[in-house]
Ligand binder design. Sequence first.
Ligand SMILES: NC(=O)c1ccc[n+]([C@@H]2O[C@H](COP(=O)([O-])OP(=O)(O)OC[C@H]3O[C@@H](n4cnc5c(N)ncnc54)[C@H](OP(=O)(O)O)[C@@H]3O)[C@@H](O)[C@H]2O)c1
Length: 382
Amino acid sequence: MTEHLTRRHILGSGAALAALSASKQAAAGSTIRVYESGNYQDANGVTLRMVKRPAPKAGPGQVVMRVRATGLNARDRSLLRGVRIYGGAGEAPTRVPFDDNAGEVLSIGEGVTRVAVGDRVICTHFPLWIDGPWDDATMSKMDFGVNVDGFCAEQAVVPAEGLVKIPPSLSFEEACTLPNAGLTAWNAVVREARLLPGENVLTLGTGGVSVFCMQWAKMQGARVGITSSSDEKLARMKELGADFTINYKTTPNWHEEALKQTDGKGLDAVFNTVGIGEMDRSIRASASNGRVLVIGANPVAPSGDNTQAVGLKDFPRNMIMRRLRVQGVLVGSRRMLTDAVKAIETNNIKPVIDKVFPFDKVLDAMNYMESGAKVGKIVIKI
Ligand SMILES: NC(=O)c1ccc[n+]([C@@H]2O[C@H](COP(=O)([O-])OP(=O)(O)OC[C@H]3O[C@@H](n4cnc5c(N)ncnc54)[C@H](OP(=O)(O)O)[C@@H]3O)[C@@H](O)[C@H]2O)c1
């Protein structure tokens, strides 16, 4: 490991010195603290416990990251309750949860040249998706927290190919929101919706992905609306730049309000972060040539009322007559994450963080997430 620490690394950065001392500890066979989920449940049905593991080592093409921040995403609610989100039988495998991540390169394996010890980095959600179209057969083999260990740990081993450097304007806490929520929203808004300035768009809810959709869409010059169950949260969204807001609890037929807000023309893009329960309204709210970006896949409306599921009778007709495009969105590639990071630097965008919890309070963070009180992201500082 020491041969990788050049004079430049050691003299150039305090982080590199910290990394050197930490890597010596690792070499000496020290342990790290990690959370595990899987074959274990507490009295409340939560599968999460802190354990010690040997400090990891970087193999060829790999990097050991000193994780400084991780965070929770919607799917973690299911994972921490032992739900196998992509199916599969039997006991859930033991995994370190969470895919949000930001940290420093602690050590590098053979052949790694993209990053150096001490670099501040994030690792993309699917580290095998570098660029080009998604290929499920090969790229889904690494999904942090699901089929490989994630980042709720003091250190994590990652493929160097998945890394992107953190811009100086972002803290670790801010940067860790990018590999999942920030990137998914980027893919939806910039890659798939291809928004034009002045277009009318609506994003659903004030969760991590939706708030990023609002920020990226504003950056693209669109006129942006956002929905929420809470007027208080909507007031915050106005402060953050929303052009119009709709409370979906007091206005359940929000598509009618969206039509009013656009002088009857309809929305050029709807970011459906919910799923089937809001699909029919998303389509009815759309303008000619509109795009509906499908991001959430909840099987029923969160209220449990599934009567607003896609109106199959009208669906093809609406699609044809308005020439709509319905597009599924799956997180994004390293190339997209690199572009998003550049946009953050150029446009001085700050991820919206609701609360930061310490490493020993991950359970509190999960309970807070389940309370529904938050806007944007919940982060764990490590
Ligand atoms: N396709 C992908 O690659 C991808 C990637 C990341 C996440 N996702 C999915 O995207 C969804 C959002 O993820 P997230 O991490 O942003 O979740 P999150 O932070 O937990 O936010 C969820 C938010 O959804 C809102 N909501 C619930 N029911 C709603 C409704 N009927 N209409 C409008 N908003 C509603 C709530 O907003 P209010 O509190 O304001 O009411 C809630 O805060 C999840 O289903 C997740 O699995 C997909």
